[in-house]
Design a protein around this ligand. Structure first.
Ligand SMILES: Nc1ncnc2c1ncn2[C@@H]1O[C@H](COP(=O)(O)OP(=O)(O)OP(=O)(O)O)[C@@H](O)[C@H]1O
Ligand SMILES: [Mg+2]
Length: 180
């Protein structure tokens, strides 16, 4: 597998994922992911937000691995946002790295909003989202930020594009971590 799903989520599938009746939005999340994998792939991006441990990264990993197994998209990339920013530091490889991010299909951006806030980083995220929006390439974003906070963090240009192109999955509930 050429994309790097976190090790603890390798092999996560809908079948081995527990129902979360205690998490508001969970059932809707499962339907949105199922439909993105069955027929409507690429019609709408997925923006998965919610508190720590609610299952955002797991849902993205299910999507990524199932999409890969079904041969959807051309070149899948999975990137924690901090790695995106880290690798965008000016270097000879900058343009190559930007292109990889812009052209990936699908691109999974894990933990948007957890990166160090700098004007330069914000501008890079804006550029990436806007290029991918223009080319309508499937993108899955997980974030601890509720969607309403996107404008203040990334600006209205990003928020407006995301609002139009995404299915917003908002999870509300306790962390799965540490359950007995
Ligand atoms: N419904 C579930 N069934 C089984 N395991 C789950 C479920 N939801 C979450 N987990 C497990 O709980 C842990 C936390 O889930 P996950 O990493 O998806 O949370 P998160 O919402 O991305 O949290 P964070 O905001 O901290 O990144 C992971 O080990 C994940 O596999
Ligand atoms: Mg996560």
């Amino acid at each position: 597998m050429s994309f790097k799903v976190p090790a603890n989520l390798r092999g996560a599938t809908l079948a081995n994922t527990e129902d979360r009746p205690d998490v508001k939005g969970w059932d809707g999340a499962i339907s949105s992911i199922t439909s993105a994998l069955n027929g409507s792939y690429g019609e709408s991006w997925l923006f998965i937000c919610g508190p720590v441990g609610s299952g955002k990264t797991r849902l993205a990993a299910i999507f990524a691995q199932q999409a890969h197994a079904s041969g959807l998209g051309w070149v899948m990339r999975w990137e924690p946002v901090q790695d995106i920013i880290e690798k965008l530091r000016p270097s000879d490889n900058l343009r190559k790295w930007r292109n990889k991010l812009v052209e990936a299909d699908p691109l999974i951006i894990d933990d948007l909003g957890s990166e160090y806030a700098s004007e330069w980083g914000r501008a890079e995220i804006e550029r990436l989202i806007s290029k991918r929006y223009d080319s309508r390439l499937m993108t899955v974003i997980t974030s601890n930020l509720p969607f309403e906070r996107i404008p203040e963090k990334y600006g209205e240009r990003v928020a407006d594009r995301l609002r139009e192109i995404s299915t917003v999955i908002e999870l509300i509930g306790p962390s799965y971590r540490g359950r007995s």
